[in-house]
Design a protein around this ligand. Structure first.
Ligand SMILES: NC(=O)c1ccc[n+]([C@@H]2O[C@H](COP(=O)([O-])OP(=O)(O)OC[C@H]3O[C@@H](n4cnc5c(N)ncnc54)[C@H](O)[C@@H]3O)[C@@H](O)[C@H]2O)c1
Length: 306
């Protein structure tokens, strides 16, 4: 199988090339970016770095080379700005990049290819790729796993319950997730948190992001995200039917449409094969409705929705 990464000179694109390369899942990873000199050095570096482990080929590529790719991962973005406090701050600027990538990709997408997008705000561009490229919705995947990681991390920190035994879910919008405390479990049994503990989980998530921004590092969460993008790819390639969070286009699920939102998804050879119904409470349904309104307003701002 082959993968193209668009935005491959950047932090998330290059680390994804490394993690997917190391997994040995791909015969070739084609790297595309407007920063051609930086891509070239990543290609040289990754190929030799992984020779001991895999023989994945890394190549500098352009859009005509995407024709035979089974996966297209898109992480292209305007440069990171530490002053930004909201993941949707670059909505219009990144949409211009997304729209230009769609123009370039037209006629170069292999039938049945999967598209995974990491660029923020991910729900908007998941919907944009679906609409502008006419791909099957099950093959357009928005990457949002960090919300779930940080929810489980915070629960482990305050309760001591091991991360790996917690099953919990975040829905809605990356960075402003609706955390499903009522449905969370530990080793299959209900996880009961006090209102105070839930408030602490919420606070820790806000403070974590504020801390990150305050470091003014110029970096995004490239390692966390590349490791978990690789898990999605693996689940599809191995047809594992595992559950992972992802932004997916909604066509009436939970009464929502004209929008992509973060959901619990079953992954297999058909991409997102099922959206799991977690048995939402009325309050959670209302939170999701409000999230959908916020996302659709963003779609209107960039002309994706009339
Ligand atoms: N979904 C998530 O959980 C998650 C996690 C980390 C980062 N992100 C997002 O991913 C995006 C990328 O993050 P990053 O750290 O890699 O940023 P980065 O600035 O390091 O990389 C972005 C890359 O995109 C390239 N680029 C810009 N315009 C392009 C175009 N038209 N065609 C091809 N390449 C183009 C740039 O040259 C750059 O190399 C950001 O929007 C960031 O917020 C999301």
């Amino acid at each position: 199988m082959k993968m193209a990464i668009i935005g491959a000179a950047g932090g998330l694109g290059s680390t994804t090339a490394f993690c997917v390369g190391q997994s040995g899942l791909m015969e070739e990873i084609k790297m595309i970016d407007i920063k051609k000199n930086v891509v070239e050095t990543h290609v040289m570096d990754l190929y030799q770095g992984l020779l001991d482990d895999t023989h994945t080929r890394f190549t500098m590529a352009d859009y005509e080379d995407v024709d035979d790719c089974d996966f297209i991962v898109i992480t292209a973005s305007v440069p990171y700005n530490p002053a930004v406090t909201d993941r949707s701050a670059n909505l219009k600027l990144n949409y211009d990049i997304v729209a230009s990538i769609c123009e370039n990709l037209k006629g170069h997408i292999k039938p049945g290819a999967y598209l995974i997008t990491g660029t923020n705000p991910i729900e908007i561009y998941t919907y944009a790729y679906y609409k502008l490229l006419g791909l099957e919705k099950s093959h357009v995947i928005g990457f949002c796993t960090p919300d779930l990681i940080r929810m489980k991390w915070a629960i482990e920190e305050i309760t001591g319950i091991p991360y790996a035994s917690i099953d919990a879910w975040c829905l809605g919008e990356h960075g402003k997730a609706v955390r499903l405390y009522d449905q969370a479990t530990v080793d299959g049994k209900p996880l009961v948190l006090t209102e105070e503990q839930k408030a602490t989980v919420e606070k820790m998530n806000v403070e974590w992001f504020a801390h990150w921004q305050s470091c003014k590092s110029g970096r995004t969460t490239t390692w966390t995200s590349s490791v978990h993008i690789t898990k999605l790819v693996k689940a599809i390639v191995s047809d594992s039917k595992e559950k992972y969070p992802a932004a997916t286009v909604l066509e009436g699920e939970f009464g929502l449409c004209n929008v992509a939102m973060d959901m619990i998804c079953i992954f297999g050879k058909n991409g997102i094969e099922e959206i799991v119904d977690p048995g939402l409470t009325e309050a959670q349904k209302e939170d999701l409705r409000v999230t959908a309104e916020r996302l659709m307003n963003m779609e209107r701002q960039i002309g994706l929705l009339g």
